[in-house]
Design a protein around this ligand. Structure first.
Ligand code: NAD
Ligand code: TYD
Length: 343
């Protein structure tokens, strides 16, 4: 199989490419990535010299680049990970989210249509279903109900992808996964941020009361789920990919404290995120029923692997942080007052 994979210098896309190319079974992968603050070629270091790997730096919203690459490569499938992916950044500056997540997806769809790409897998998120009350779980028919500019841009891109199936017959598939965690995760998301702050004796900034619930999925389980959809999913369908592991944020932070030997006194309650979704919960039984996929890594095992990875890769974290991340950290946390103080 010859794949064009967008955004694979990031967290999840790189796990997907490392998994596929690590097998050396003749699969070839060309990565298209803009290398934004979140894109890091080091994440692809383990496969850089393997047969079948190629990297192109470019913007998915640039039609010239996307068309030329698609025409030249003639991929069997496009697997589309590239996105602006962080809710807090979407609150501080939403413009880039609409450029990449909407215009970028549109540009790829147009190229796939023009050059007759046989399959298009669009990687999306459970955040498109919005906040769910107990004991609801969203299946693929659940209404879209977004809260942040990030989730709105992802929901918009999902609808655009679906329209290309219904209107042009492009063979599209959409995946909607829950919160991922694992090695190579950019340190602005909850789990890597807390692990690194815990290891460094820094404050652990919990938004609001910390009782928001997320469903945690180990990144390698997600990569296997996307492969299952790519290879066995039915065109035109949507597939949820959940971790079957719902936990309040505070519980996650406490487990990180236990796993790192940090002190509970490092927890600091800070002002809540505006529009903060209280609870996500996914029903992924369709993917299991149709492909046999299920999450394999228990949360405590995945967390141990992740903590060990960050302990052993301090150089990676230093290099990542020396980029634009520090500027964002300052904006997001320095201006965020303590809990209970209005914005
Ligand atoms: P990430 O932020 O780690 O990586 C995104 C990658 O996309 C980076 O390599 C970046 O350089 C690249 N990129 C951004 N804009 C680009 C552009 N205009 N052109 C080309 N490349 C561009 O994101 P991630 O966590 O790996 O998420 C990957 C996908 O999975 C996203 O579509 C996201 O919405 C979805 N998703 C993420 C999660 C999660 O928990 N992280 C959960 C469900 C779904
Ligand atoms: P995040 O990793 O940003 O993922 P998402 O918002 O896409 O679910 O956040 C996960 C949860 O952790 C979310 O409820 C917000 C919360 N959170 C904190 O409490 N403190 C933090 O510093 C961060 C980054 C997130």
């Amino acid at each position: 199989m010859k794949l064009l994979v967008t955004g694979a210098a990031g967290f999840i896309g790189s796990a997907f490419v490392r998994m596929l190319l690590g097998r050396q079974d003749g699969t070839s992968v060309t990565v298209l990535d803009k290398l934004t603050y979140a894109g890091n070629l080091e994440n692809l270091e383990p496969v850089r010299d393997l047969a079948g790997f190629a990297f192109v730096r470019g913007d998915i919203a640039n039609a010239e680049v996307v068309n030329a690459l698609t025409a030249d490569l003639k991929p069997d499938a496009i697997v589309h990970f590239a996105a602006e992916s962080h809710v807090d950044r979407s609150i501080l500056s939403p413009g880039e989210f609409f450029e990449t997540n909407l215009r970028g997806t549109f540009t790829l769809l147009e190229a796939a249509r023009a050059y007759k790409v046989p399959r298009f897998v669009h990687v999306s998120t459970d955040e498109v279903y919005g906040s769910l009350d107990e004991p609801l779980e969203a299946d693929e028919n659940f209404p879209l109900n977004t809260s942040s500019p990030y989730s709105a841009s992802k929901a918009g891109s999902d609808l655009l992808v679906r329209s290309y199936f219904l209107t042009y017959g492009l063979q599209t598939l959409i995946t909607r996964a829950s919160n991922n965690y694992g090695p190579y995760h950019f340190p602005e998301k909850l789990i890597p941020l807390m692990i690194n702050n815990a290891l460094e004796g820094k404050e652990l900034p919990v938004y609001g009361d910390g009782m928001q619930v997320r469903d945690w999925l180990f990144v390698e389980d997600h990569a296997r789920g996307i492969e299952a959809v790519l290879k066995s999913g039915r065109a035109g369908e949507i597939y949820n990919i959940g971790g079957n592991c719902s936990l309040p944020n505070l519980e996650v932070v406490n487990r990180i404290i236990a796993a790192t030997g940090a002190s509970p006194s490092q927890i600091k309650y800070v002002q809540d995120r505006p529009g903060h979704d209280r609870r996500y919960a996914l029903d992924s039984s369709k993917l299991t029923r149709e492909t046999g996929w299920s999450p394999q890594v228990e949360f405590n095992d995945g967390l141990r692997i992740t903590v060990d990875w960050y302990r052993n890769n301090r150089g990676w974290i230093d290099r990542v942080r020396s980029k634009e991340y520090l500027k964002f950290y300052d904006e997001n946390y320095t201006r965020r007052g303590p809990a209970g103080v209005a914005a």
